[in-house]
Design a protein around this ligand. Structure first.
Ligand code: NAP
Length: 287
């Protein structure tokens, strides 16, 4: 039933757990989707402290909440309070969506498939491509998982803390794929960069107004796609650098949109209205 101007006893409640959550665009995106389809749901941000995460997750069943997204800094911690997680979430080691299913709390991760869907929507086929992933945190793990699922054959993970990149690479090693770890020194290696067809920034560097890392964008091929997971009000320094060098770019809000669309389907059972949700994020589907 369509929701009027008020929340009713029938309204399905979904939301997001994080700390902080005031910057999150997910409420705006999902509520725009509910309004577009005229469905009786509301999406609420919940700021949850680390010491209350377990109680907050348990309360989902008690309160009849339909489900929540999980954001920074709880994507990894949340797993230990759930009854089961999907194979993708298990492999990535993080959840971004939790739903009560009967007596169980089930965790999923739509970041990897959201990333892959954003690439496809951009017309980029990851199959047999050579990729540089910058960063080795939770988002980088989702990106590598998504790339491997799409048939990418050569991935280098470059990170400030080399040991973390090595751990990531070890956990995803598989036959037929060249998956290597590196420090950030590779970001100005001409021969290496010249071989890349996609560069994905999985660090928050630039969000506080600082410059991006020492990265030689001019050494990448002219059609090398630059994808920044981080996003803000303005294009990030990484995307500005790529655009100035006339390289094609994808803004992190496209991944937010596609991971959100998959969570929307899990919460409501309905196909997400992508255009309305993209509009709420201030992006165009074909951007
Ligand atoms: P995380 O687990 O905390 O990992 C952060 C990564 O960035 C680590 O590899 C870290 O390196 C690196 N890093 C941080 N500061 C750095 C600096 N000053 N110089 C060099 N490297 C630095 O975070 P995450 O969850 O992976 O998220 C990463 C970014 O992706 C965030 O901006 C997040 O908002 C964004 N994200 C976007 C979406 C989307 O839908 N668009 C989804 C998920 C995440 P060390 O290992 O050396 O510390």
């Amino acid at each position: 039933m369509a929701r009027g101007p008020w929340i009713e006893g029938t309204t399905g409640v979904v939301g997001i757990f994080g700390d902080p959550v005031d910057h999150s665009l997910s409420p705006r995106m999902h509520n725009a989707g509910f309004a577009e389809l005229g469905i009786d749901f509301v999406y609420v941000p919940f700021r949850v402290s680390r010491r209350h995460l377990k109680d907050a997750l348990r309360s989902l069943r008690t309160l009849g909440v339909v489900g929540v997204n999980i954001t920074v800094p709880f994507k990894e911690d949340a797993i230990k309070y759930l009854d089961s997680v999907t194979p993708a979430a298990r492999a990535i080691g993080a959840v971004n969506t939790v739903r009560p299913e009967g007596k169980k709390l089930v965790g999923d991760n739509t970041d990897a498939s959201g990333f892959s869907a954003a690439l496809s929507a951009r017309g980029f086929r990851a199959r047999r491509k050579r990729v540089l992933v910058i960063g080795a945190g939770g988002a980088a793990r989702a990106v590598v998982y998504g790339l491997l699922g799409s048939g990418t054959i050569d991935i280098v993970v470059a990170n400030r803390t080399l040991a973390k990149a090595v751990r990531l690479v070890r956990s995803f090693q598989r036959k037929g794929v060249d998956l290597r770890a590196s420090g950030l020194d590779l970001l100005d290696d001409f021969d290496f960069l010249d071989s890349r067809q996609l560069v994905v920034n999985c660090t928050p560097v630039g969000l506080k107004g600082e410059c991006f890392l020492d990265y030689d964008v001019d050494s990448t091929p002219a059609d090398c796609l630059h994808f920044d997971l981080a996003y803000g009000e303005k294009p990030t320094p990484f995307l500005r650098m790529a655009a100035a060098a006339k390289r094609p770019t994808v803004d992190g809000r496209h991944m937010l949109l596609h991971q959100g669309a998959q969570a929307f389907k899990l919460f409501t059972g309905r196909k997400a209205p992508l255009e309305a949700m993209a509009r709420a994020l201030g992006i165009k589907l074909a951007d």
